[in-house]
Design a protein around this ligand. Sequence first.
Ligand code: ADP
Ligand code: MG
Length: 325
Amino acid sequence: PQLANQIAAGEVVERPASVVKELVENSLDAGATRVDIEIEKGGAKLIKIQDNGSGIAKDELALALSRHATSKLTTIDDLEAILSFGFRGEALASISSVARLTLTSKTAAQNEAWLAYAEGSEMAVKVMPAAHPQGTTIEVADLFFNTPARRRFLKSDKTEFTHIDEWLKRIAVARPEIHLTLKNNGKQMRNYRPAVTESQYLQRLTQVCGRAFAEKAVRVNCEHEGLKLSGYLQSPMQQELVDAHYFYVNGRHVRDRLVTHAVKQAFAGLTEVEQPGYILMLEVDPHQVDVNVHPAKHEVRFHEARFVHDFVLQGLSSALEQCWS
Ligand code: ADP
Ligand code: MG
């Protein structure tokens, strides 16, 4: 199973940012309202993630490290939804096959916390008592220590940090209610406090996209025949284009040419390379969209692409019109 896990790791664990992504998604799935991320040396030396979620029961600690032990598959209907979000019950097993992984957790029902430890060479899992508040801490040390070829593929600490930071921004934008922090080599780099009101959310957007975006952003909010679009668009009065392009379909970050195109068209007069900043959330019937099952790709295909494009264009155009008047 070790080799199978390492092969799976090749798909799930590309670089430290993919480890952070899988672990934070697990924290959010566990209902955490706060997630603290600490990394050392771009994540190659250490990735430590603490959450205040439901925790993992003592008997399930070892299981959580084994392949396909997901607790998230219950029915065939779920399976479809789960696949589209990349939940396949193998992230922890994959990560533990290419790093030294420690899992410490306490559930609300337990009086004490427990720690589980697995090492790459043999999948033996040890469980021992520990101290921890409700929730889970996962430490991933020495990523790729036993797969030197992969380790060589890691870029500089700074580049790996940037990948983690960029990914965290996507989550910070989509999940304003979650308190997220990021430390690098002991230094606090990000602190996204929970945002409940719109002005708090705009503060968070200032942290993510800069003042030039958040201060004058144009509010987008429209609905038509089952489609709903909300978010912010860079003000056309703003001279300097900001490099902040966030688009979510049903809460999931995606890259989509159709949206890029609609934004450019709404800002008629921009050249091919110019792109105003935007943060847009599209809600669409899940049956009307195919999400690529590969977790690393962020592509979607709308069944009614033309209709979605025109809806987005309309919504953006009317938001811009209000801004001119
Ligand atoms: P998946 O997320 O696809 O179920 P993972 O390998 O990522 O698979 O996680 C395996 C299982 O471990 C999860 O289904 C969940 O039960 C448990 N788990 C992992 N991380 C956490 C966490 N932070 N809090 C609570 N449970 C967790
Ligand atoms: Mg997972």
